[in-house]
Design a protein around this ligand. Structure first.
Ligand SMILES: [Zn+2]
Length: 420
């Protein structure tokens, strides 16, 4: 490491230490600025972000194809000549709050208790978006000697996979593409996500003649056919995936880390198709044979699986259940990139130095905007805080973990741009 590089890296860590209270206060204000999606109006949170960008004198534009869901895009070129283009990505919308049941604090309080900051978005993903903004600000101060280019994208409309956020930018603002994307979605400090599963949502409709509940000899029952079909659909979980050797071996090596990050058993399903029937409705009355039943299946496809292969298997199973209709209501393909790419090595080295352990590259079970970069062949990695209470009650972040993610992102972005 040259003297200039090591002093820049020290400077980055010093700034984070000196401005620590300000960074935490910014996260607190961002959590207090309600931005539940649905409905997805993020203007209050965007005002907090804008104030921060303005206070730092940072370059940015607002791209708001939907005026209630603004996105920030900022870019600067370093003065150190041509080089790599890194894109930082985070979202400012959050899950809604279904009443304050189970919350020990007001879900929009941003209260800090025992080193933890509470509120909706306090894990997913206002800390990660803050890490992106702080990284953008600190590297901008060093821009005169940085090679390459850094782009910040702080977006709306992520939680519903909506069209007005990163998806819009991908299609209309080509400068957000870059050579690599770094994202701070909650993942836990021990893992780096290089891929994620993708949902395929199917709605099934079963119809029968129906009859008096005692006359079972007269008609099939729509609910009975549906339950038999659901049992048979379990066969899609046996579909095997084909992946490049290095991705397969990364997924094998990640089983333990996946269990630790996402709960025991997670490692066993990262490379498997899973089926969840999230909704089932049928029948009118206890003593009538149902003439109609609907159910909706949430199928999660691992990297290496395609919608076409799953649908071919579904069609094969449906051949034994004539008259059942199926409709696709949503699909987002799985994605992955190089599990051992340059950014992974950089993140591992920095976490090793900051925390004394090497995070493991894993595949996430849920969806993030990082997939949109991978779809375009751009490597995209997720490194973020532990998801305490994500999508549930008492969502919170450990402030030390949050600051660790800020340090890791800022140093890793610097290293990525300055790597020879
Ligand atoms: Zn998220």
């Amino acid at each position: 490491m040259t003297a200039a590089v090591s002093s820049d890296r020290d400077q980055i860590l010093r700034w984070i230490e000196e401005e620590r209270d300000e960074i935490v206060r910014f996260l607190q204000r961002l959590v207090r600025a309600r931005s539940p999606n649905p409905p997805g109006d993020t203007r209050a949170a965007a005002a907090v972000v804008q104030e921060r960008l303005d206070a730092e004198g940072l370059p940015y534009r607002i791209v708001a194809p939907n005026p209630e869901m603004p996105n920030f895009v900022g870019t600067f070129e370093g003065g150190g000549g041509p080089g790599r283009h890194l894109v930082l990505n985070g979202h400012i919308d959050v899950f809604p709050v279904a009443g304050d049941h189970g919350w020990s604090r007001d879900p929009w309080s941003g209260d800090i208790v025992d080193g933890k900051l509470y509120g909706r978005g306090a894990a997913d993903m206002k800390p990660g978006t803050t890490a992106s903004i702080v990284t953008y600000a600190l590297l901008h101060r060093l821009r005169d000697r940085l090679p390459g280019k850094l782009t910040l994208t702080a977006v709306s409309d992520e939680e519903t996979f909506g069209p007005w956020g990163a998806r819009w930018l991908m299609d209309h603002e080509p400068e957000v593409l870059g050579d690599c994307c770094l994202n701070g979605e909650p993942s836990g400090p021990n893992t780096i996500r290089f891929g994620e599963k993708g949902p395929l949502w199917l709605r099934f409709t079963v119809r029968a003649d129906g009859a008096h509940g005692a006359y079972t000899h007269l008609t099939k029952s729509a609910t009975l056919v549906a339950t038999q079909l659901i049992g048979a659909l379990g066969q899609i979980e046996d579909l095997a995936v084909e992946l490049p050797h290095n991705v397969m071996s990364a997924m094998d090596e990640a089983r333990e880390a996946s269990d630790a990050a996402m709960g025991a058993g997670a490692g066993a399903i990262t490379d498997k198709v899973t089926l969840n029937v999230g909704l089932l409705e049928g029948g009118v009355k206890v003593n009538m044979i149902p003439s109609e039943c609907h159910f909706e299946a949430d199928i999660r496809m691992p990297p290496g699986m395609t919608r076409e292969r799953v649908m071919a298997e579904v069609d094969r199973i449906l051949a034994d259940h004539p008259g059942v209709e199926v409709e696709e209501t949503g699909c987002s393909p799985p994605s992955y990139c190089d599990p051992y790419g340059p950014m992974v090595e950089i993140l591992q080295r920095n976490v090793q130095a900051l925390r004394g352990h090497r995070p493991t590259p894993i595949v996430g079970l849920g969806g993030t905007d990082a997939r949109l970069w991978r779809y375009r062949g751009i490597p995209a990695y997720v490194y973020g805080v532990f998801p305490h209470g994500m999508g549930s009650h008492d969502e919170h972040v450990d402030i030390e973990d949050f600051l660790h993610v800020v340090r890791t992102h800022a140093l890793s972005a610097y290293d990525y741009l300055t790597a020879k």
